[in-house]
Design a protein around this ligand. Structure first.
Ligand code: GLA
Length: 354
């Protein structure tokens, strides 16, 4: 349903504004974004669309086309632990910025699956902030919106994520990847070579319960950074690398993953720029090995799916996103993509193509 139509049906008037943002898939560069490293996410075709208006109450009234119920929450309501927190948190931020204060009617239309590791939450927050900026008639930038969107996750939701998702959904369009250096937020939008075929396959295992484990990995990286006295665990100097051996084994492994992942991501960006599919694929495969063995963020179901994808002809397959379930991303020549996906899904009845 078109969000404007949905809004009219729900609230009986036209919305003031509509805005949207895509979901994203990370091609390579996992858990490097809060360790000062590089990432290479790409936008999905799927989008979160919102339509909204001020109302004259002190209530945020939220209707999503996915659910029958309309949810009402007071302006400034603290987090309560369900998906409407992302909307309330984003509107809280918009109010704090002076963009849009008071009660709001909000309609949400989305084909970005949640709990899949494809950034439905970053897309929802970003779409709402974009709409609020237009209502407030403020001049802002996509990078500033990404920073505000990340702050909603970090401060309101309590999810200690980096800035990859918010930058990806704010700056990339379908068919493009975002080569981002998270140490200074410099970036380049890269056209994905037209003969490369990426497919995102959901394992059938939702990853919402994974947030605690994401946080545990985040904290391990923090501990390693404190011991090595750095803010950028991805970029250690020689003395710090020598000190690595004295770290507890888990911290040493997490550090090894983020350091090597950063280097792989830089190499993958170069490979994509020159259209070297084989080099890119090899880096993705090595990334999965490191994510699974050094960062220990994979699961048996995911590893099985990755191995099967490779055995039936994918050039590369890896777990994508925050880890512990969700999706894999596969790479194969574009003209072989659909047949490959059909065969993979045939073998895994719980898996589906995003
Ligand atoms: C989640 C987080 C990101 C990033 C990835 C892992 O998507 O929101 O900031 O850390 O996991 O690469």
């Amino acid at each position: 349903m078109n969000p404007v139509e949905g809004f009219k049906e729900t609230f009986g008037t036209s919305p003031l504004i509509a805005a949207s943002a895509p979901g994203r898939v990370n091609l390579i560069g996992e858990h490097t974004d809060y360790n000062g490293g590089a990432v290479l996410p790409a936008a999905l075709q799927r989008r979160v669309q919102v339509a909204l208006s001020r109302n004259d109450t002190n209530q945020i009234v939220i209707k999503s086309s996915r659910f029958n119920d309309t949810v009402e929450r007071p302006v400034g309501d603290p987090k309560r632990g369900d998906w409407t927190d992302y909307a309330v948190g984003a509107l809280d931020k918009a109010a704090a910025l002076g963009w849009l204060a008071g009660g709001v009617n909000l309609f949400i239309e989305s084909d970005v699956p949640d709990g899949a590791g494809v950034s439905s939450s970053a897309a929802l927050i970003t779409a709402i902030l974009r709409a609020a900026a237009r209502i407030g008639e403020v001049t802002t930038t996509p990078v500033a919106i990404a920073q505000y969107a990340r702050a909603v996750e970090n401060d309101y939701i309590g999810m200690p994520c980096g800035i990859m998702d918010q930058m990806a959904v704010g700056l990339a369009d379908y068919g493009k990847a975002l080569a981002l250096d998270t140490s200074d937020l410099s970036y380049k939008v890269i056209e994905i070579p037209s003969d490369w075929g990426f497919a995102v396959i959901h394992s059938g295992v939702r990853r919402e319960l994974a947030d605690g484990r994401y946080k545990a990995r985040f904290e391990e990286c923090q501990q390693a950074s404190e011991i090595l006295k750095t803010n950028e665990l991805c970029r250690l100097d020689q003395t710090q690398i020598e000190a690595l051996a004295r770290l507890p084994e888990n911290l040493c492994k997490r550090t090894r993953h983020v350091m090597t992942e950063h280097k792989r991501t830089l190499a993958a960006i170069d490979a994509m720029k020159v259209g070297d599919l084989d080099a890119f694929a090899a880096l993705m495969n090595e990334s999965h090995r490191s994510y699974s063995q050094d960062f220990e963020a994979s699961t048996p179901v995911i590893d099985d799916l990755v191995n099967d994808a490779l055995s039936i002809g994918a050039k590369a397959a890896r777990l994508t996103g925050g880890g512990f379930g969700g999706c894999i991303v596969t790479l194969i020549e574009r003209d072989r993509l659909d047949a490959f996906v059909a065969e993979l899904l045939d073998r895994h009845e719980n898996a589906w193509r995003v």
